[in-house]
Write a protein that binds this ligand. Structure first.
Ligand code: CU
Ligand code: CU
Length: 309
């Protein structure tokens, strides 16, 4: 952060973009957070084709109030993808040996890095501003393996006073072998469990990871390090949401709305997938087991997918 000066707690998501060299490709092999828990609630590092606003600092978020004197936009104008997430006690993240996130240059989709900081408290910010951030460990040397983040999300709605499963499932159609090594979940206040699964063509389910989304929303290691996801396999995600509200909650960007997101960080020999995201219509239309408007999945581990045990 270029000495950000948020004035009130809880209200700010602040972004700062960095333009990458068009003539040089970089391989990011590690992320080292530099933030104070008392000041920053979370930090996300995005890769963008274009940043939300080309100014050194701007407001960027799911919150109504922005930083005084700045415009508000989403972190990226287009090509938004998450490269790293920090929250609370998240340690540094070193990618597996020989794995790098390809950024910059002409043949990566990432022309800008955008750092987003959510300020939790402003009491400890020095007089001349906050400099929270992430130190990138990178090299110019091409890495044999590439890292990517596959995003699964839903749209849809959660009825009043209900427990609702929001589900999505995406078949991998590219001829690549994905090795998942970390995952992240994201919901707002109603999320209780988010689980992500690999489903084979013969409907065999293996857990990529599950988490209580009310815990710090960082990347956690996957359970089974030997998992490989191939063409024809499906990545399935479910968010179990509990609402005591008297109103319907829709998927949307503000704290009044909800989200159901599952991120899978993976490595692959050579280049990452061309399509790195998929979303479903969500409830009440889409479910894992329905055909046509659903995932057409069988053998669903219903209980395990909605419990933390
Ligand atoms: Cu936060
Ligand atoms: Cu959200």
């Amino acid at each position: 952060m270029p000495k950000a000066k948020p004035e009130a707690p809880e209200t700010y998501l602040v972004c700062t973009p960095i333009r990458l060299d068009e003539n040089n490709t970089y391989y990011v092999v590690g992320y080292e957070p530099r933030a104070e828990m008392e000041t920053a609630h979370h930090m996300l590092l995005f890769g963008c084709k274009e940043p939300g606003i080309k100014e050194s600092i701007f407001s960027c978020g799911e919150m109504e109030n922005g930083l005084t004197g700045t415009k508000n936009a989403s972190p990226c104008k287009n090509g938004q993808k998450i490269l790293y997430a920090w929250a609370k006690n998240a340690p540094r993240l070193d990618l597996p040996e020989g794995v790098g996130f390809k950024v910059g240059g002409k043949d990566s989709d990432v022309n800008y890095l955008v750092l987003q900081v959510h300020y939790a408290s402003v009491d400890n910010i020095p007089e001349d501003g906050d400099t929270s951030g992430v130190v990138l460990k990178y090299t110019n040397e091409p890495q044999p393996r590439s890292a990517g983040v596959y995003f699964v999300g839903t749209r849809g709605m959660i009825p009043a006073r209900s427990t609702t499963n929001m589900e999505a499932a995406c078949e991998i159609k590219e001829n690549k072998e994905l090795h998942p090594f970390a995952f992240r979940t994201h919901t707002h206040a109603l999320g209780r469990v988010v689980s992500g699964w690999k489903v084979s063509p013969s409907m065999e389910w293996s857990l990529i990871g599950k988490k209580d989304p009310q815990l710090p929303q960082m990347f956690y290691p996957v359970e089974d390090k030997s998992m490989v996801i191939r063409k024809g396999d499906t990545i399935a995600a479910r968010c179990t949401m509990v609402s005591y509200r008297d109103r319907i909650t829709w998927v949307g960007a503000t704290a009044e709305d909800e989200m159901c997101n599952f991120y899978m960080m993976y490595w692959v020999e050579g280049d990452i997938l061309n399509g790195e995201w998929c979303t479903s219509l969500g409830p009440p239309v889409y479910t894992w087991d329905r055909f046509l408007v659903g995932g057409g999945l069988r053998n669903i581990p219903d209980e395990e997918a909605s419990s933390l045990a």
